[in-house]
Design a protein around this ligand. Structure first.
Ligand code: FNR
Length: 186
């Protein structure tokens, strides 16, 4: 069976650069891997009171998708040197301490893109800190900080930069191996 990867972009923006990167990855996965995209737009703000009555439907769909996935892929923007609230909110639901934590022992790969040269370095560090608390198995290398991203996309948002395409593909190959390694260890 093919590996089933669920990917999210940490942005709700229609023309999100990060969604463009995720789309490129989902269209060109390594052999034996399928990448589906989950959109966070219906996830409500976390509230432990809501959780007491079971997860809201959109949250349940999200958590089911992550739970069933062989790997979880996060392509995140950076806001004010941190991860966007949209992403932290989704991770807070997913890492619930009172309902199920679907991030525990989940192989995860984090990358991101931004118009600045540093390409989400601060944001990704934060995401990895949150995933460490959730117990995720985060692939640490290769790190992928895609800077100056508007120069790498065409006017329709398609990735054009060949070097970046190669790096995305190599990262997915490394993630594929990482999932095998984690599965054989648990
Ligand atoms: C930004 N942006 C930004 N970029 C960055 O590299 N470092 C940063 O600290 C910030 N800070 C920041 C704060 C806020 C409130 C916004 C709205 C934006 C710019 C950001 O990278 C840019 O808007 C991207 O286009 C966001 O990603 P998506 O939506 O294109 O995927």
């Amino acid at each position: 069976d093919n590996k089933n990867i669920v990917g999210i972009a940490g942005s709700l923006r229609q023309n999100s650069f990060n969604r463009s990167i995720l789309r490129e990855m989902s269209q060109h996965p390594p052999e034996g891997m399928d990448i589906s995209i989950f959109n966070l737009k219906h996830i409500p703000l976390f509230n432990a009171d809501l959780e007491e009555n079971g997860d809201p439907e959109a949250v349940e769909d999200f958590k089911d998708a992550v739970k069933e996935a062989d790997g979880f892929l996060i392509v995140t923007p950076e806001y004010s040197h941190g991860m966007p609230g949209v992403l932290k909110n989704a991770l807070d639901w997913a890492a619930s301490v009172s309902n199920r934590n679907v991030l525990d022992e989940k192989p995860v790969y984090v990358l991101g893109a931004s118009p600045t040269p540093l390409g989400t370095a601060f944001s990704q560090a934060q995401v990895k800190q949150t995933l460490a608390a959730a117990g995720s198995f985060v692939l640490q290398q290769p790190e992928l900080y895609i800077g100056k991203v508007p120069n790498k996309l065409d006017e329709t948002g398609e990735l054009q930069d060949e070097r970046t395409k190669t790096k995305l593909y190599e990262a997915l190959e490394a993630f594929d191996k990482w999932i095998d390694t984690m599965n054989s260890a648990t």
